[in-house]
Design a protein around this ligand. Sequence first.
Ligand SMILES: O=C(O)C[C@H]1C=CC(=O)O1
Length: 96
Amino acid sequence: MLFMVEMDVNVPLDTDQERFAALKQAEKERFQELQRAGTWRHIWRVVGHYSNVSIFDVADNAALHDILTALPLYPFMNIRVTALCRHPSSIHDDDR
Ligand SMILES: O=C(O)C[C@H]1C=CC(=O)O1
């Protein structure tokens, strides 16, 4: 199942910078692992924001919930999820 996931990262001014840098590195590693697995299919930076728009390919709603809530930066994120399905005019075979 495909989902559009919009993530906004909010970092309070009093956040410990060293701790945040470690979480950011852990997030990058998890992100790249999920990309290699084909789970986190796409990501785009939203211009002018510490936000991204991503496409996830997961088994079901619960799988997406588990992945998102386990992200290292999850405590700093506001997340919006939109379920997607194939557009009838799409020429891409991997839209499901
Ligand atoms: O940078 C972000 O938008 C937050 C998050 C998503 C991937 C990643 O490496 O960090």
